[in-house]
Design a protein around this ligand. Structure first.
Ligand SMILES: C[S@@+](CC[C@H](N)C(=O)[O-])C[C@H]1O[C@@H](n2cnc3c(N)ncnc32)[C@H](O)[C@@H]1O
Length: 251
C-alpha cells in the first residue's frame, strides 16, 4: 500500500486553470453526437465514448476547468445542504482525480483547510493538502489529523472500489468504505459538523444508519442530478454532529 504523502500548501485561486464559478444548473444541452464504430474499437468503448460526448456534465466540467464530472455532484450537494463554509476545515476521502477537491478549495476560500486523501496518486490542487494513503490503514488517520491541525467541519467521502459486477460484493465494499469514513469522521469532526458519503441506493445498512441517526441531528439520502440515472449511486448526508459513537457506546 502506498504510504508516502505529498503536500501542496500554497492556497491560490482554482487548481491550475482558472474556473468560472457557478451553480449546478447544467441540464442537457447541445446536439446528440453519434460515434461510428471503428474497426479496432469494441462496441462497449464506442458506447462509452458516445456517452462521454453527449454528457452535459462532462462538457460543463471541461468548460469550468474541473478535473472530473463528479465535481457537479458536490456542487449540487453543497448548494442544497450548505456544507462548505468560508474558512471551514474539510477532509475529503477518495479525492482523485480532484474534482471535489477543486470545489471544496473554492468554497472554503483562503482561510479554509482542505485535506484530500486517495490511495491513488493525484496532481496537486493549489490550496489543498494531498495525502496519498489508504483509509483502511491506521497511519492514514494520524496523517489526516496532523494535516488538519484541529477538528474538521466536514468529512466528505466519494470513495469507491472498482465494481465487480457482483451486486452483493459491490454493496459490501461500498458499505465497508462508508463505515471506514464514518469511523474517521468520528475521530475528527467538530460538534455540529457534517458527513457525506457515497452509498448504493437502498444500500445503507440499518446498523450504519442507526449509528448516524444517533450521532447526527439530520440524516438524508440524496441523488444529485449529476449522478448518472442508470447508476445505483447516491449519497448519505448527515448534519449536526453530536458526539462520538464510541463515547455513546461506553455510557
Ligand atoms: C469516484 S473516485 C473519486 C472522484 C473524486 N471525488 C473527484 O471528484 O474527482 C473514487 C476514489 O476513491 C478512491 N479510494 C477507493 N478506496 C480507497 C481507500 N481505501 N482509501 C482511499 N481512497 C480510496 C479511489 O482510488 C478513487 O480515486
Amino acid at each position: 500500500m502506498p504510504s508516502s504523502g505529498s503536500r501542496s500548501g500554497n492556497r491560490s485561486k482554482g487548481a491550475g486553470r482558472k474556473r468560472k464559478s457557478g451553480g449546478a444548473d447544467v441540464g442537457s444541452r447541445g446536439l446528440h453526437v453519434r460515434v461510428k464504430t471503428a474497426k479496432r474499437r469494441r462496441t462497449s468503448s464506442t458506447r462509452w465514448l458516445e456517452r462521454q460526448l453527449n454528457d452535459p456534465y462532462v462538457k460543463a466540467a471541461q468548460e469550468h476547468g474541473y478535473r472530473s464530472r463528479a465535481a457537479w455532484k458536490l456542487i449540487e450537494l453543497d448548494d442544497r445542504f450548505r456544507l462548505l463554509k468560508k474558512g471551514g476545515k474539510v477532509v475529503e476521502l477518495g479525492a482523485a482525480p480532484g474534482g471535489w477537491t477543486q470545489v471544496a478549495v473554492d468554497r472554503v476560500g483562503q482561510g479554509g483547510v482542505v485535506v484530500a486523501v486517495d490511495i491513488q496518486e493525484m496532481e496537486p490542487v493549489p490550496g489543498a493538502t494531498i495525502l496519498l494513503g489508504d483509509l483502511y490503514e491506521l497511519e492514514t488517520e494520524e496523517r489526516i489529523k496532523d494535516a488538519l491541525g484541529g477538528k474538521a467541519d466536514v468529512v466528505l467521502s466519494d470513495m469507491a472500489a472498482p465494481a465487480t459486477g457482483h451486486k452483493r460484493t459491490d454493496h459490501l465494499r461500498v458499505i465497508a468504505l462508508c463505515e471506514a469514513a464514518l469511523d474517521l469522521a468520528d475521530g475528527v469532526l467538530a460538534p455540529g459538523g457534517a458527513f457525506v458519503a457515497k452509498v448504493l441506493k437502498g444500500g445503507t445498512e440499518r446498523e450504519l444508519l442507526n449509528h448516524m441517526k444517533k450521532s447526527f441531528e439530520h440524516v438524508h439520502h440524496a441523488k444529485p442530478k449529476a449522478s448518472r440515472a442508470d447508476s445505483s449511486e447516491e449519497y448519505v448526508v448527515a448534519t449536526g454532529y453530536r458526539r462520538a459513537f464510541n463515547e455513546e457506546e461506553n455510557q
